[in-house]
Design a protein around this ligand. Structure first.
Ligand SMILES: [Zn+2]
Length: 77
């Protein structure tokens, strides 16, 4: 049994099956015959991993505001 993975062709966008052993090798698209490096979907230079700080939970900001207020009231009172 041979193992395959699927990848969208960067040229024509169609999904093609690539033998897993060809991962990282140059392969030809079965549809448009474009040549590109085989790699599983989700591993793309275009997509950068977003650091956690960027996808911050807005609820945490509210919590910080509430804590800040509490500090102020303590300082006043
Ligand atoms: Zn193609």
């Amino acid at each position: 049994m041979s193992v395959h993975f699927t990848q969208s062709c960067p040229t024509c966008g169609r999904r093609i099956r690539i033998r897993a052993s060809l991962m990282g090798c140059e392969v030809g698209c079965q549809h448009c015959h474009a040549v590109f490096v085989a790699q599983a979907d989700g591993v793309s230079d275009a997509k950068e991993t977003v650091p956690n700080d960027e996808s911050r939970d807005p609820l945490m900001d509210r919590v910080e505001q509430v804590l800040h207020r509490a500090d102020e009231s303590v300082a006043v009172g």
